[in-house]
Design a protein. Structure first.
Length: 379
């Protein structure tokens, strides 16, 4: 019964994307200067500011690659992907080939050219997805290769992985590396002979050696120099959303590399599920013992819970995982997503909305989770 229920939800996801989400962000999420808008208001109106983050340009480019895959207004979707590519292969790049952080909303160039691994990962991800989707986008792969050359030359860290920013701060962070892994997997799909799985494997090694080296073998967020274990709050706080996200990534890596799923995936999944509230919502932060540290609830951890449930269902076919995916999908649809194609991005621990606008960056999480649901359920 849960499998058929999940199939119905996959069809519902497709309808919401094609009838609400893609139209809204196509009509109101594109600015006048060849850039995607940073936010919309809660009543779905534009709220233009002076700048926009590079990660928004990358994530929205990805969103419209999915629109193109789904056959939503192919000309419009292709135009939006092309617009994004023009930005990601030009204005976001520094003279040394690395990626900066923010652009002027009027299209005049970068306002913060600090090199940032997180933004770089999303540019690589969007370039890979565009190359996989858009006819004539071969230059996207060339652009990705050039960025990776700059990353290897400028960001390789002697203690493993990559510097998260230049100049670096006094901590190391798993999150940018997690998204670089995601980008590598997307690049492998677009360019199977490009050695991207090797780079992905290096990040999996960091996950083994450092990211999960703390108590309980859970995924930590921030580390001391040399990837040593942190002190204070960083030592005890974990994010259920990222535990779920790594479950999905480890399953995705296993499929791509034709290897068994990493044994820690199940442990992360079990722990993260144990922190869900009674309605199946994912919270922002908990301790390693599972106590609530930040009971607020953003949209993105709900999407990551959905993806993890789906990954477990795809690997096993067990009804219990399908039922869990149905529950997470219903939380998203009933509480977070609007009928017009937007979202309420955050609630506090009592269920009161905290969001004052709709960040465009949330769309990547929502669209990717729904695309995974449709892929797995063939809907």
């Amino acid at each position: 019964m849960s499998k058929s229920a999940l199939k119905r939800r996959a069809r519902e996801a497709r309808h919401w994307l094609t009838d609400a989400c893609f139209p809204l962000w196509s009509e109101r999420g594109v600015g006048e200067h060849g850039l995607f808008r940073e936010t919309l208001s809660l009543d779905h109106q534009s709220t233009d500011g002076d700048s926009t983050r590079v990660r928004v340009q990358a994530r929205q480019t990805y969103v419209f690659t999915e629109a193109l895959r789904m056959g939503w207004k192919p000309d419009a979707a292709a135009d939006h992907v092309g617009m994004g590519l023009s930005t990601l292969t030009g204005p976001v790049l520094r003279s040394d080939g690395l990626v900066g952080r923010t652009l002027a909303a009027d299209g005049t160039g970068m306002t913060d050219d600090t090199a940032d691994l997180y933004d770089t990962a999303f540019v690589l991800f969007a370039l890979a997805e565009a190359a996989s989707t858009l006819d004539g986008a071969e230059d996207a792969l060339e652009g990705a290769k050039n960025i990776l050359k700059a990353v290897d030359a400028k960001l390789r860290a002697p203690d493993g992985g990559y510097f998260e920013t230049v100049p670096g701060d006094q901590k190391r962070h798993q999150n940018p590396h997690m998204h670089l892994l995601e980008a590598c997997l997307a690049l492998h799909r677009a360019d199977p002979d490009g050695e991207h799985l090797s780079r992905a494997g290096e990040i999996i090694s960091l996950f083994d050696r450092f990211f999960t080296a703390g108590p309980g073998d859970l995924l930590g967020e921030h580390f001391a120099p040399g990837w040593t274990q942190p002190a204070g709050r960083d030592a005890d706080i974990v994010e259920p959303g990222h535990q779920f996200e790594w479950v999905w990534l480890l399953h995705t890596y296993a499929r791509a590399s034709n290897t068994p799923v990493h044994p820690r995936a199940e442990a992360l999944y079990v722990f993260a599920c144990s922190t869900l509230d009674e309605e199946g919502r994912a919270l922002q932060e908990v301790t390693r013992e599972g106590a609530v540290a930040d009971g607020s609830r953003r949209t993105w951890p709900q999407t990551e819970a959905l993806k993890a449930h789906l990954a477990m269902f795809e690997a096993t076919g067990e009804e219990s995982f399908a039922a869990a995916a149905c529950r997470s999908f219903d939380v998203l649809m009933d509480e977070y997503l609007t009928p017009e194609g937007g979202w309420i991005d955050q609630y506090d621990s009592t269920g009161k909305p905290m969001a004052h606008n709709m960040p465009a960056s949330t769309g990547y999480h929502v669209v990717l989770a729904m695309a995974e649901l449709m892929r797995i359920m063939d809907a």
